[in-house]
Design a protein around this ligand. Structure first.
Ligand code: G6P
Ligand code: BGC
Ligand code: BGC
Length: 924
């Protein structure tokens, strides 16, 4: 057979594969041999250059640089910590791709902290060549069949099994159980898999096999499995190194250095995928003609060039190409060749391992060569050993240069001059080539002298490590399920929201008719929104929100000028005696007047009093019940305007003339109505929540008159106090309500407003901690402290611009030691609680605008809603979620939300101005 390989190799003697007549050993055979062996010599300088170039490429990839594309991929693996040792349970591991043309199934039992270790049970299945290069479905079906065959030996019954999938090819992982194959390597070439999620392909195959209920909970690269399988006593290993048919390494990188991850704390395991390293500058000089020939004949020419110089799959081929080259030039075997010597894969990795092994005598090498159909002469065996040694030594040295690059990266990433590190090693090249590890160690010491490296052989090729990752994944998956179950009641459907809208409409109608309803629908005696003709200076008070404010409001042709001062209302005053509260209020007014130089001036005063009041007139408001943490005595059932006037009298501040009392929703509507006359609804979502709107007077049973409008303060905070929200209320809502100073009251408010959302989140976090889902199940004292989790944290934690890291900062400041998974879950809890609040608020607004539309018998309604309140204004998504819900539930209303700039103090002044204007008209 006269075949010509890339190295121009010919056929020889009379005997099959031999030249007609025996070729004399060419005189220059020593040079020919030396020239061959020299090609495999790599100098220290070349190794350092490879180390430096690989390090450069690693850092390019970490920084997310895409152009020029780095030649190593640096793939995050979602493994964030080395084993805790707490992992326990039975796990099935399926290994595909780690050991060439066979796959392995293992049953691994992790004993957790119980110490003693159970030997994994495993079985290997040879993968037929046609399966390795056939349709992807065939390969995964083959794997699923092997899995069932393996499990047939176990008393599994129909218990659910958790499987860790060790898939040793370059993949983009987007989760512990989601991984997309980038490209095949190592002789695999199945169609329809690259670009696919290999976990889904395996799940589908297991489904088709239908023998066992197996849940694939994690996919792991063999390098990661090797690192994670490191004996707890020996490690922890923070580098995993595999040299089997292919080669790769992984290591624990500081998360903040991995651009694709928005994480800055903790570490993440990176699969380097150094097999694809190819830097012509660094690798060019060490690539031999045999490497080019091997690559040219390979299934993936031009790819995995570095791997093809190190991986066990290729060492045999390199040796074969060199031996065939030398045989054809008569330097070896008398110029004789054999089919094995001339055909790809003719010399197996195990052949090289044996022939290279110094302990294997010349006789063994002779036998191996004979088994390859060759007739070696004595001198040949020695020469063949040299070739094997040259190929393997170079492989070990190149591997060392790569590992030294990883160690340098670790030194930089941890800003450590010296580094003490344990490297877990796995793969049959380590097991079979005894000199490989020693050459690797020596070369690493040369290239990374300031690293004290201990090499820990993984005992079972990483199967245990994969089980560890699977245990972590199973734990996280279980936690995710518990989180979803816990948050499910907060995820309201459109039907549920429409039901809230309908219930609110009924309650509004009953309230307006004066029938029993959780919505008091209080007339406010504000009959019109401003018409812009208001003028004058007014004092205004704004009580009931986060801050108590005293304001001077100047309404002039050019617009409204406001100067104000915030005064605190200490809790002891808010929950003290009514007299003390109102005396405090008057003290603040007098202080403000002095500061504004208004002392002695008699200005009309508008009082924004953000609590449920039954108004009998513009300046008469009977406090029905305190809300929002206020509980001053002797006020409920009293006319608060009188209480204020009495306090004024006590203070002899006689010049103060209280003209109007308004609810903050009304003040907000008026304030926005001054700019936009279509503003006929006022909405507050702050400490508390409430809404008002302009109702047709004919619909207000408690106020005489059939024409015109009346602004109705709905006091929707109390919606559901009749139990009508029971179906939506969760145990967490019940806990918050029970702990409040007004249990059973303001149920709607307690699901929406700023005073309560933080507490709902805290209770959910406590519940998840008790389930062991959060904070390793350790409830901290701080988390059990009431009101420790402020609602403003929700707004901060949910802000898009806040990376997970800042979420951790907020929680750590609360003394909550947490992992990134914890931070992610806390974020999801906040999102669920605030989303429900915004949607319920949206359902309420939809009820109001639909009422106005139907009141006016309009097909379409265009209306504006004046809004105020810290939660609505500060939360990154609340306002858009409210608007989206209104759009969904009241599609025939075009609703514009106007954020009130000056609070409702301005509104109170405008109501006062209107009152004064009307009063003047009646006096003329
Ligand atoms: C503004 C208004 C107040 C209102 C408050 C509600 O400040 O001027 O009248 O009570 O918003 O929001 P808050 O978040 O302060 O409770
Ligand atoms: C693959 C790696 C794997 C290595 C060792 C390489 O071909 O790309 O993902 O870790 O082989 O099996
Ligand atoms: C009060 C309302 C007020 C709302 C917003 C509720 O607690 O009952 O009167 O409008 O909070 O501040």
């Amino acid at each position: 057979m006269d075949s010509v390989g890339p190295l121009g190799l010919q056929q020889g003697d009379g005997a099959p594969g031999c030249p007609q007549e025996a070729l004399p050993c060419p005189s220059n055979s020593p040079e020919l041999v030396q020239e061959c062996l020299r090609q495999f010599k790599v100098t220290g300088a070349q190794l350092r250059q490879i180390q430096a170039s690989l390090l450069g490429s690693m850092e390019q990839a970490l920084s997310g640089q895409a152009n020029p594309a780095p030649t190593v991929r640096m793939l995050p693996t979602y493994v964030g910590s080395v084993p805790h040792g707490t992992e326990q349970g039975d796990f099935v591991v399926l290994e595909l791709g780690a050991i060439g043309a066979s796959l392995r199934v293992l049953w691994v039992t992790l004993m957790g902290t119980k110490g003693h270790r159970m030997e994994p049970q495993s079985r290997e299945f040879v993968i037929p060549q046609e399966v390795m290069v056939g349709p992807g479905q065939q390969l995964f079906d083959f794997a699923a069949r092997c899995l069932s065959e393996f499990l047939d030996a176990f008393p599994v019954g129909n218990q659910g099994l958790q499987l860790g999938f060790s898939f040793s090819f370059p993949c983009h992982q987007t989760g512990l159980d989601k991984s997309t194959l980038i490209s095949w390597t190592k002789g695999f070439r199945c169609s329809g898999v690259e670009g696919q999620d290999v976990v889904q392909l395996l799940r589908d195959a297991i489904q088709r096999q239908g023998a066992y209920s197996i849940d694939v909970v994690a996919v792991v690269n063999d390098a990661v499995g090797t690192m994670m399988g490191c004996e707890p006593g020996a490690g922890p290993c923070e580098v995993g190194l595999v040299v089997d048919t292919g080669t790769n390494a992984c290591y624990m990188e500081e998360a903040r250095h991995v651009a694709v991850l928005d994480e800055d704390r903790g570490r993440v395991c990176i699969s380097v995928e150094w097999g694809s390293f190819s830097d012509d500058g660094a690798l060019g000089p060490v690539l031999t003609t045999f490497d080019h020939a091997l690559d040219h004949e390979s299934l993936n020419p031009g790819a995995q060039r570095f791997e093809k110089m190190i991986g066990g799959l290729y060492l045999g081929e390199l040796v074969r190409l060199v031996l065939a080259h030398l045989a054809q030039r008569g330097v070896l075997f008398g110029g004789c060749t054999s089919p094995a010597l001339l055909s790809r894969g003719g010399i197996l990795p195990e052949h090289v391992a044996e022939m290279e092994d110094p302990s294997a005598g010349a006789a063994r090498v002779h036998t191996i060569l004979q088994d390859l159909g060759l007739r070696p002469r004595a001198s040949d065996t020695e020469l063949v050993r040299h070739v094997c040694a040259a190929v393997c030594t170079r492989a070990a040295q190149l591997c060392a240069a790569a590992l030294a690059a990883v160690l340098s990266r670790l030194q930089r990433s941890r800003e450590q001059e010296t580094l003490q590190i344990a490297v877990a090693t796995g793969g049959r090249v380590f097991e079979r080539h005894p000199r490989f590890l020693s050459i690797l160690q020596e070369t690493v010491m040369l290239l990374a002298p300031r690293c004290d490296v201990s090499f820990i052989p993984s005992v079972d090729g990483g199967g245990r490590g994969v089980a560890m990752v699977t245990a972590v994944a199973a734990r996280l998956a279980a936690h995710r399920r518990l989180l979803e179950e816990t948050l499910a009641p907060f995820r309201l459907t459109r039907e549920q929201l429409a039901a809230v809208q309908a219930q609110m409409r009924e309650a509004m109608a009953r309230g307006l008719r004066g029938e029993a309803s959780s919505l008091r629908m209080l007339p406010t005696y504000v009959r019109a929104t401003p018409d812009g003709s208001e003028r004058g200076d007014f004092l205004a008070l704004d009580l009931g929100g986060t801050n108590f404010r005293v304001l001077l409001v100047r309404v002039a042709t050019g617009g409204v000028q406001i100067s104000s001062q915030i005064y605190s209302i200490p809790e002891c005053v808010a929950q003290g005696s009514g007299q003390q509260l109102f005396d405090h209020i008057v003290d603040c007014i007098v202080d403000f007047q002095q500061k504004q130089g208004l002392s002695g001036q008699s200005l009309p005063l508008g009082f924004t009093f953000s609590f449920p009041c039954r108004q009998l007139g513009l300046d008469q408001g009977i406090l029905l019940t305190w809300t929002k943490g206020f509980n001053a005595s002797d006020c409920e059932g009293q006319d608060v305007v009188c209480l204020l006037r009495e306090a004024i009298r006590r203070r002899q501040a006689t010049e103060l003339n209280v003209v109007a009392i308004v609810n903050d929703t009304v003040g907000t509507m008026m304030s926005c109505g001054y700019e936009d006359p279509r503003c006929e609804v006022g909405l507050i979502v702050g400490t508390g929540t409430n809404a008002c709107y302009m109702e047709e007077l004919r619909n207000v049973a408690s106020v005489a008159g059939d024409s015109g409008h009346m602004c109705i303060n709905m006091e929707w905070g109390a919606f559901g106090d009749d139990g009508s929200l029971g179906m939506l209320s969760t145990n967490f809502d019940a806990s918050v309500d029970q702990a409040s100073i007004n249990p059973g009251k303001q149920r709607f408010e307690k699901m929406i407003s700023g005073m309560y959302l933080g507490e709902i989140v805290r209770h959910v976090l406590l519940h998840l901690t008790s389930l062991g889902v959060l904070f390793r199940g350790q409830p901290t004292q701080r988390l059990q402290t009431r009101d420790i989790f402020k609602t403003k944290f929700l707004s901060e934690i949910e802000s898009d611009s806040l990376a997970l890291r800042q979420v951790r900062a907020i929680l750590e400041a609360l003394g909550l030691p947490l992992t990134s998974d914890d931070a992610l879950m806390v974020l999801e809890v906040c999102q669920a609680v605030s989303q429900r609040a915004a949607q319920l608020c949206g359902a309420g607004v939809a009820a109001v605008v639909e009422k106005i539309r139907e009141n006016r018998g309009l097909e379409e309604l265009t209306v504006s809603v004046g809004v105020d309140g810290t939660l609505y204004k500060m939360h990154p998504h609340f306002s858009s979620l409210v608007a989206a819900t209104v759009q969904e539930l009241a599609p025939r209303c075009a609703v514009t939300f106007l954020q009130s700039e000056d609070g409702s103090g301005k509104g109170a002044a405008l109501v006062t101005a209107v009152a004064c204007r009307l009063a003047q008209m009646t006096h003329v």
